[in-house]
Write a protein that binds this ligand. Structure first.
Ligand SMILES: Cc1cc2nc3c(=O)[nH]c(=O)nc-3n(C[C@H](O)[C@H](O)[C@H](O)COP(=O)(O)O)c2cc1C
Length: 369
C-alpha cells in the first residue's frame, strides 16, 4: 500500500487488552476495568461490535508500575480469538524469553486454530529488573534491537521460505522446514519502541511500527523519518500511535477526569517506572526513544497516552483523530479508564464521527473507466 492509498484508507482502531492488573494508568482512581479472562472475553466482543480492528495483549513477567498480576500474552490472545469472530489479536513476544523457533511454531498453530487473525508485537525490553528476576541476560539498547531485528527476519523466513537458513549473531537455522506454515495472509508483525534503533528496524523489517503517545507534530516527525527511510529500503511500514481516550459530554468533564487520574497517581509506582525506563529510549545513543522526555504527569499513563490529546467531547476527539491520520498514521491504539463501557461508547459516539469527517475531508479518488 502506498502512502497515498494509506491516506484514503479509513483509520483503524486497536485497544490495549488489560491482561495486567491496574488498568492502563498508574493511579488509585477507581477503575471499572478487570484483568481477568471473563472481563476480557466480554470486552473483546464489545470491541469487535464497536468497530475495533485489533486488540493488543501485553507481555510482563514481573510486576512493574504497580501491575502486580499479569496473564501471559500468547495464551491470553488465543482465548480472545476463541471468543470473537473478526477481531485480530496481537500477541506480544519478548526476544530473550522467546526464541524465533518456538514463536514461529506457536503462532503458526494458532493461525490454524482460529484463522489468520493472530498477529505479533515484537517488544525489545526496557525493564532491567524483570530480566534479572528471570535470569535473562540484559543486553544494551542497540544490541536489544539487533536481536529483535534478527528475531523478525527469522519469523518471516521460517513462515515464508520453504526451507530456512540463517546465520546471525543471536540465532542460527539450517535448512529448517516449518510445517504447517501459518495460514495466509501470514501473521502481521508489529513492533513497539520509538528510539532511532526502533525506527531504523521498522524501516527495514516490520509490517507495523507502534509508538508511544505524542502531539501531532511529534508524531509527524516520526512518521516522516520512518517513511523516508523505508522508501530508501524499498520497504513499506504502517504506523500505529498510542492514545488514552477520555470521551465525555463536555470538555470540562473530560479534563476533570484527567485531573482526577493524575491527582490519584501512585507516586512510588510512577517514580519506580520513571527510574526503570531510563534503560529504554533515553538510554539510546540519540536519547530520543520512548519516555526520553516524559514528565511525571505523562507517565501516569505508562505509554504517554495523554499526550495524544484524545480528551474531550466525541466531536473534539474525532477531529483530533483525523488530524493525526493526516500526519500519516494508519492506526490508533487506545486505552480507557473503564474499558467495557468506554469502548462501547467510543464505537457508538466517536467512530461514526471519524468516518463522517474522513468522507468529507478525503473524497474517494475517482476510479478509472
Ligand atoms: C505500543 C507498545 C506496546 C508495548 N508493549 C510492550 C509489552 O507488552 N511488554 C514489554 O515489555 N514492552 C512493551 N513495549 C516496550 C517496547 O518494546 C520498548 O522496549 C520500549 O518502548 C522502549 O523502546 P525504545 O527505547 O526504542 O523507545 C511496548 C511499546 C509500545 C510502544
Amino acid at each position: 500500500m502506498s502512502s497515498s492509498d494509506s491516506a484514503h484508507a479509513p483509520i483503524q482502531f486497536a485497544y490495549w487488552v488489560p491482561n495486567v492488573s491496574g488498568g492502563l494508568v498508574i493511579s488509585n482512581i477507581p477503575q471499572r476495568t478487570g484483568w481477568d479472562i471473563d472481563y476480557n472475553r466480554r470486552l473483546a466482543q464489545i470491541a469487535e461490535r464497536a468497530g475495533f480492528d485489533y486488540a493488543l495483549t501485553q507481555i510482563r513477567f514481573t510486576a512493574g508500575y504497580g501491575a502486580d498480576n499479569q496473564h501471559e500474552s500468547v495464551s491470553f490472545s488465543q482465548a480472545l480469538l476463541a471468543s470473537t469472530e473478526k477481531l485480530k489479536v496481537i500477541a506480544a513476544l519478548l526476544p530473550g524469553p522467546w526464541n524465533p523457533t518456538l514463536a514461529a511454531k506457536q503462532i503458526a498453530t494458532i493461525s490454524h486454530l482460529h484463522g489468520p487473525r493472530i498477529a505479533v508485537n515484537i517488544v525489545s525490553g526496557w525493564f532491567r529488573g524483570e530480566f534479572k528476576a528471570i535470569g535473562e541476560p540484559w543486553l544494551d539498547h542497540e544490541e536489544r534491537y539487533l536481536r529483535s531485528e534478527e528475531f523478525i527476519r527469522c519469523l518471516k523466513g521460517i513462515w515464508q521460505e520453504e526451507s530456512f537458513t540463517f546465520a546471525g549473531d543471536f540465532y542460527r537455522f539450517r535448512d529448517y522446514v516449518l510445517k504447517p506454515k501459518p495460514l495466509s495472509p501470514r501473521p502481521e508483525i508489529f513492533q513497539g519502541g520509538s528510539s532511532r534503533a526502533a525506527r531504523d528496524m521498522a524501516s527495514r523489517v516490520s509490517d507495523w511500527y507502534f509508538t508511544n503517545g505524542n502531539g501531532v507534530e511529534g508524531i509527524r516527525a516520526q512518521v516522516d523519518d520512518i517513511r523516508r527511510k523505508a522508501a530508501q529500503n524499498q520497504h513499506q511500514v504502517k504506523i500505529g500511535v498510542n492514545g488514552f481516550v477520555i470521551a465525555r459530554d463536555s470538555e470540562e468533564e473530560a479534563q476533570a477526569v484527567l485531573q482526577e487520574i493524575i491527582d490519584n497517581a501512585n507516586p512510588e509506582a510512577v517514580k519506580g517506572f520513571q527510574h526503570e525506563v531510563k534503560n529504554a529510549g533515553s538510554a539510546s545513543p540519540e536519547g530520543e526513544g520512548n519516555w526520553a522526555k516524559s514528565t511525571f504527569e505523562d507517565l501516569v499513563q505508562y505509554n504517554d497516552g495523554f499526550k495524544t490529546g484524545l480528551i474531550g467531547t466525541p466531536r473534539q476527539i474525532a477531529g483530533r483523530i483525523v488530524e493525526i491520520k493526516r500526519a500519516g498514521v494508519d492506526l490508533l491504539l487506545l486505552g480507557f479508564l473503564h474499558f467495557q463501557e468506554e469502548v462501547e461508547f467510543f464505537g457508538r459516539e466517536v467512530i461514526p464521527l471519524v468516518r463522517e469527517l474522513e468522507a468529507k475531508l478525503e473524497p474517494a479518488p475517482a476510479t478509472a473507466g
